[in-house]
Write a protein that binds this ligand. Structure first.
Ligand code: OSB
Ligand code: MG
Length: 368
């Protein structure tokens, strides 16, 4: 397949409610899309990077530059490219996993349009619906948190993830647990604790949690292994997992027993699949993380989560949990599940009017 034209599309989408984590509060998503025209069809990819370098070191204006100057020209130069060759074609760029993932996603989407094949089928998905959950940000008070969780439970979500940080952990989580006895509950600290908090965090073990996600720094596998040895609640890693290599290191060091897979953190859908395959061969549970994606990135996440090793619900909520309106047909949650798209490629179409309503800025990158 040959790429004939590429554009970068940027837009800002207000969130229906601010999303607060240990690394800050966000009131909108600063979206970057890659749009390709090829000889077999068009393709879209979404870059999961956010406005600032606070979740990890990538941020969307940097992803934009790297895409324009190096990644898109590298794939454009190849007279014949397929999705499986993208990672190698742009592998000389260090880092920028979310920009890499967006490039690969757009190429795969175009390729699958040419074949009339769905992304779930291409990746090896084996179910029509996936179980999902919702990630609930830090609130100003426990009553506000209980009200937020109540709203999501009323919308049929059966699994809730609570964001925690030093000063917002045992008490709010215990309050939610006391009020929602049957809710599948887990917490995510986004690397906000120092290893000196290990003793404090062992108190979470009494709250019947599915898992504790990334309490310590991305490069501190030792602290995760230590906490893991003291409690029976599984530790899950997010920020620490950058590739199949880092999964092997993490598992071998005892730092985690569950892996959060995010396409934009590991450099693409195909590396995400390799991580899934590796974990499956070791009987390690995985689940699909989220980065507040639009319908484009969400379609990719849903397809990925349809693979058989995704044994916990994903951080893949309905479009209405994030945006007043999505830029594709909305993803809708029924009974804590989302249908896996069956159409070609990502299986969603981009609504050009919605892009315009969000004030999308489109820049032709190629041909120059
Ligand atoms: O750590 O999982 C995370 C959102 C932005 C950055 C990091 C994370 C998250 C979420 C939201 O938890 C998950 C979602 O997309 O709903
Ligand atoms: Mg996380």
């Amino acid at each position: 397949m040959r790429i004939e034209a590429a554009e970068i599309v940027r837009l800002s989408m207000p969130l229906v409610r601010p999303f607060r984590t240990s690394f800050g509060a966000q009131s909108h998503r600063d979206v970057l899309l890659v749009h390709l025209l090829t000889d077999v069809g068009e393709g879209w990819g979404e870059c999961a990077a956010h406005e600032g370098p606070f979740y990890n070191d990538e941020f969307v204006d940097a992803s934009d530059i790297v895409l324009e100057r190096w990644m898109l020209p590298a794939v454009f130069e190849m007279s014949d490219i397929s999705g499986s060759e993208v990672a190698t074609a742009i592998g000389h760029v260090k880092g920028y996993a979310a920009a890499k993932a967006a490039t690969e996603m757009a190429v795969i989407d175009a390729e699958l349009h040419g074949e009339g094949r769905s992304l779930a089928d291409y990746l090896g998905g084996d179910r029509d619906r996936v179980e999902v959950g919702v990630s609930v940000g830090i609130t100003d008070s426990i009553p506000q948190l209980l009200e937020a969780v109540r709203g999501y439970v009323d919308q049929s979500y059966r699994r809730v993830k609570l964001k925690i940080e030093p000063g917002w952990d045992i008490e709010p989580v215990r309050a939610v647990r006391q009020q929602f006895k049957d809710l599948a509950l887990q917490v995510d600290a986004n690397a906000s604790y120092s290893p000196t908090a290990i003793g404090h965090l062992t108190q979470l073990d009494r709250l019947d949690l599915l898992m504790i996600e990334q309490p310590f720094a991305a490069d501190d596998l030792g602290a995760h292994a230590q906490l893991s040895s003291l409690i029976s609640t599984p530790i899950c890693l997010d920020e620490s997992i950058l590739s199949t290599r880092s999964v092997i290191t993490a598992l071998d060091s005892g730092a985690c027993s569950i892996v959060n897979i995010k396409v934009g953190r590991v450099g693409g859908l195909l590396e995400a699949k390799r991580i899934h395959d590796l974990c499956r061969s070791r009987n390690v549970d995985v689940w699909c993380g989220g980065m507040l994606e639009t319908g484009i990135g969400r379609a990719a996440n849903v397809a990925l989560a349809s693979l058989p090793g995704f044994t916990y619900p994903g951080d893949i909520s309905g479009s209405d949990r994030y945006f007043e309106f999505d830029i594709t047909e909305p993803f809708v949650v029924h009974d804590s599940e989302i249908d896996v798209p069956t159409g070609p490629g990502l299986g969603v179409s981009v609504n050009e009017a919605a892009l315009a309503e969000y004030g999308a800025v489109r820049r032709a990158i190629l041909p120059l």
